[in-house]
Design a protein around this ligand. Sequence first.
Ligand code: ADP
Ligand code: MG
Length: 254
Amino acid sequence: MSLLSTDGLVKDFGGLRAIDDLSMSVDAGEIVGVMGPNGAGKSTFFNCISGVITPDDGTVTFDGSDVTGEAPETLARRGLVRTFQHTRELETMTVRDNVRLAAPDQPGERTIPALVRGDAMRSHEADVRERAEELIELFELDHLADDYSGTLSGGQRKLLELARTLMLDPEMLLLDEPFAGVNPTLTREIADHIRDLNADGMTVVIIEHELETLTELVDRLVVLQQGSLLVEGDPETVLSDERVIEAYLGGEVE
Ligand code: ADP
Ligand code: MG
């Protein structure tokens, strides 16, 4: 069953068609990789499906509902949450506060996981604090919890952003270049976290340039070129496709 699908999605920036009649779908439980050359429209695709920008044409369906043009907060409440290519945490705030602040203002039906629900008399703030500590621990950021986020390395920022995202308890996670600027050790760590989240039932879509890590992680690859779907399929098939080698790898592939 498809959890997310787009049908005939179009987004123009002035004279440039960044997304061109894009129809694709993601099944519940999948990890899907989105690749394609710079400027192919990958981030714009995420922007359209996560409500950051409104598509000019076409529809986005999530969990059976037409969610085209809905605001990011509304989509997050439905369980669709994204990260950004460039991290957006507040640098002059501590790691702990950044994680806590990512929680929604109001307790929602699915915003704080069952794990910490339990006690009905407990305040939403107490739930938020407890969940934040769990995530800080999970991502091994404990020793940095009181540090300003601005002092973190690129990889640690990606972990922080993942922790912030999980405060929203997503059903589907959209990750825009989670390994960009991250050293190999942290890359493996982040990849393992993504695998664990997926094993726990989370559906994940990942935009990534680092093909080795991406290929190991995903069930399926989707290749975009000039805003259109060029090829999709299992990683092996896609990476050996002539059109992909031509478009994406500049004719060089091992
Ligand atoms: P990718 O993430 O695949 O590198 P993008 O989705 O960022 O590609 O960009 C696709 C195309 O749309 C590029 O040509 C880019 O310059 C253009 N574009 C993206 N966002 C905007 C914007 N907000 N305004 C104008 N042009 C944009
Ligand atoms: Mg991008």
